[in-house]
Design a protein around this ligand. Sequence first.
Ligand code: ADP
Length: 279
Amino acid sequence: MIRMQGLVKTYKEVQALKGVDLEVASGELFAYLGPNGAGKSTTIRILTGLTRLGGGSAWLNGYNIAEAPIAAKRQCGLMPQATNLDAELSVWENLATHGRLFGMSASERNKRSEELLEYVDMLDRKDSMAKTLSGGMKRRVMIARALMHNPRILFLDEPTVGLDAGVRRRIWALIKRIHQEGATIFLTTHYIEEAEFLAQRVAFLNQGRIVALDSPQTLMAQTGVWAVDTVSGHEMETTYFRDREEANQFITCQLGGCTLRRVNLEDTFLSLTGSKIGQ
Ligand code: ADP
């Protein structure tokens, strides 16, 4: 459903993408994970037609984004990282404007807006001005807006950035539901738990290159099962084990404080790149 071949993007002296090859299957929930500045948003901006390719090719549902940009754009909906609802328009008008841009008739727009606002649990706020909504509500309306023209692919760029834990979980539940109903979802995140919780497959992006690609479970298993964090002075070091007994034996030999925990995706990223993803 999404195919990228040798994607390259350079902004003046910054090489944001250095040749990205990736395929995402129809109906997959895929997470593109990496630290700030890795090139995640640039990839989404290229795929959704917001910025030009520097090199390489990409296809959305078979449509080449450079040769058939309009057809490619119709295949996808985008929730960008920054909130970009029209603040002075109502929730309903925000959806209607989007529908008009995609050539939907008034009756189609009304039917779809009602369905989607019901779906994201915002129908009772349809007449509220966008600027009066909370952060989580704005995100839900942005998801509804992205789905307005019935796209096959949903791009979510850092869908829960800046939201508190409870609101984040509510957005996760919504993303899972959209996926279960058949959409292909490509999300970027630098929240490890988000990728672990949601994604069937994950790509680690670091400095414009994919450094690993697999299911979260397989990636984590490469590092180990158990992690022991040891603190000495201001330094923290982590040692990984497959066997819990071995981890416990290691702990008994330590002089300082230790914490035993399960390996997570952050550990795998750290062991592959030497740097952290999250905050
Ligand atoms: P991420 O989404 O992973 O945080 P981005 O794709 O936003 O990363 O950025 C990748 C790199 O490209 C960064 O070094 C960033 O500073 C640079 N960059 C992104 N957009 C622009 C731009 N419009 N002009 C110049 N540099 C940019």
